[in-house]
Structures are given as C-alpha cells and as structure tokens.
Design a protein around this ligand. Sequence first.
Ligand code: NAD
Ligand code: UDP
Length: 316
Amino acid sequence: MQPILVTGGAGFLGSHLCDRLVERGHDVICVDNFFTGRKENIAHLMGNPQFEVIRHDIVQPLTVEVSQIFNLACPASPVAYQYNPIKTIKTSSVGMVNMLGLAKRCRARVLQASTSEIYGDPKIHPQREDDWGNVNPIGPRSCYDEGKRIAESLCVNYSHAHGVETRIIRIFNTYGPRMDPDDGRVISNFITQALRGEPLTVYGDGSQTRSFCFVDDLIEGMLRLMAHPDNEIGPVNVGNPAEMTMLELAEAIIGIIGSSSHVDFQPLPKDDPTRRCPDISKAQALLNWEPLVDLKTGLAKTIDYYREELRRAGQI
Ligand code: NAD
Ligand code: UDP
C-alpha cells in the first residue's frame, strides 16, 4: 500500500488527521508550506517511521507515489486567507489541479476539504447540499469562497473526464486544540481573550450564528467519507447542527473559564454570513455519522489547550 498524502498536514485539522492515519497504521506524507501551519502541531510525529514531512507549496507540481490524497492545504481563517487573496485563489485552483493531476497519475482517491462558505450568506436554513449558495463573487471573502467552488468543480470534472475518484467534504466551523491562538477565528480569539482577562471582541451586535463542531468528530466524518465506496456520493456536509449566536458563544466561554472579561462590540466585517447551520441528514444516512462531542465538553478541552499554550508563552 502506497502512503497517504495530507496537504496542509501541519495545520489545525491536517495535524489531527495525520495523527488518526498514523494510529490506524498508515504511512503518511505531510505536505505543507507553513503559511498558517506550525511545526509544533506535528512535532510529536517527527521521528515516527510512518510519518514524513515535505515543505512544499501545492501551487507547484508535486511528484510522489500515494494511494490517497486528503487536500486540506488552504488558509481557513478569514484574516489569513484575506492576507494574500490571489495566493488563496491559486492554492484552491492551481493547487487543486496539481493534486488532481497527481491523483490521476497515481490512481489515488482525492478528498477535497471544502467548506460551508460554498453557501455564502445562505438563503436556505439549515444548509443542504443541494443549495447552490449565495456568494458575493467580488467581495473580500470571494478569494476563499470562489476558490473552494472552483475546487469542487475541478473535482467533479476530473472525476467525469478522467475517472479520478473524488470526495468533497463541506466542513462547517470546526474547533479544538492546535487552532493557532493568533489566527483570528472566533473560538481562538474568545478563549485567548477570556484567559488573558481582555475584552471579548464580538463583531456586529453578535446576533450572527455559527454551529461549532469539535475536531475529533470532524476527522471521523472525513475518514468515513474518504472510505465511502460510491463515486457519485457528491458533496457531504459535516458539522455540528447545534447553532448559536456569537454573543451566546462569548457568554458561554466567559462562564466556563470564570473570566472577569466583558464583551467589546466591534464593526462587523463585510459580507459576514448572518447564519450558518448544517443539515447533516446526508452524512447521517450515508456515512452513519453524527457529532458526539457537545460544545461544553469540546470547549473545556480547547480551553485546557490554550491555557497551556499561553502559560508556556508567559502570557498568563
Ligand atoms: P489551517 O490554516 O490551520 O491549515 C491549513 C494548512 O494548509 C496550514 O498548515 C497551511 O500552512 C497549509 N497551506 C496553506 N496554503 C498552502 C499551500 N499553497 N501549499 C501547501 N500548504 C498550504 O486551517 P484548518 O482549519 O486546519 O483548515 C484545513 C482545511 O479545512 C482548509 O482547506 C480549510 O479551508 C478547510 N476548512 C476548515 C474549516 C474549519 O472550521 N477549521 C471549515 C471549513 C473548511
Ligand atoms: N467573530 C467575532 N469576534 C471575533 C472573531 C470572529 O465576533 O473576534 C465572528 C465573525 O464575525 C463571524 C463568526 O464570529 O460572524 C465566526 O468567525 P470566524 O472568523 O471564526 O469564521 P467564519 O465562520 O466567519 O469563517
């Protein structure tokens, strides 16, 4: 059996995926350009004979022999993906072509890490896979949203034209240990702010909703989708349908930590989706998957992680 390739393997989700694949006995090649990935996420795997790392940018062609490709390479935080929007588009378009070309030559199956951003600011709620979405093609989020939409189209077209086996997972907001404390996403921001006793920066009036999935649940859904035998399965939503407002999230985090922080309302970023919640009936029916970790349990584990990180950095 050839190794499994994980692009973006030094990132938040990628590093957890590498762990699970190694645990299951696979040989894993992690490819990462370390834009938002961190060596410490994979430090514990270094020296393991089942694991190797290549510093590489998927916008450039890659020649390796692999049996499966999990394509996670792409910054996920709005702050990170808007830092160099053209690079973000190239990663999801040129990078995707490179990974599909590699898959075609190796006869490898590809799983593309797509996103709930495919639905943009959704008109249908909760979001179902047959919703085509409501995306601003020229807005500040378009480098990410449209990039991911091109990537989905490339997967479908390589599958039809060249017989490449592709799977598309539409990931809804996922959190857990190893999310970069400074990456600007809401859970990492709120927890680190509450631990430092700083105000929690709620954007807008905090009434916008998200539905948060713990990383272990997400990785399980991802592995089940990759293993699914049906090439026509189409995109599958994976996320936790427990929907909440950002104000409720801030209050929950302050409560669990017992922090003295208060909430500081800041301007809402342009095109910030007003609501987001996955319809997971397809994943339940076809993958026999549903999330098992509730928000309180997942947040407690994540808070423990950040507390340790901030202590080590001398920040608390
Ligand atoms: P992350 O930023 O922690 O990880 C992304 C990884 O990809 C990083 O290690 C980064 O260095 C690497 N990378 C970026 N561009 C690259 C390139 N051109 N070549 C090689 N490596 C590159 O983000 P994450 O949360 O782990 O997200 C992983 C994937 O899942 C992304 O594709 C993201 O779009 C998708 N996703 C994540 C979420 C979420 O809530 N975490 C939601 C929807 C989709
Ligand atoms: N958000 C917030 N405060 C922050 C960071 C984010 O209120 O410090 C809000 C943001 O406006 C959005 C939600 O939290 O409505 C989720 O943002 P995130 O960047 O985590 O991911 P998104 O789902 O927008 O891609």
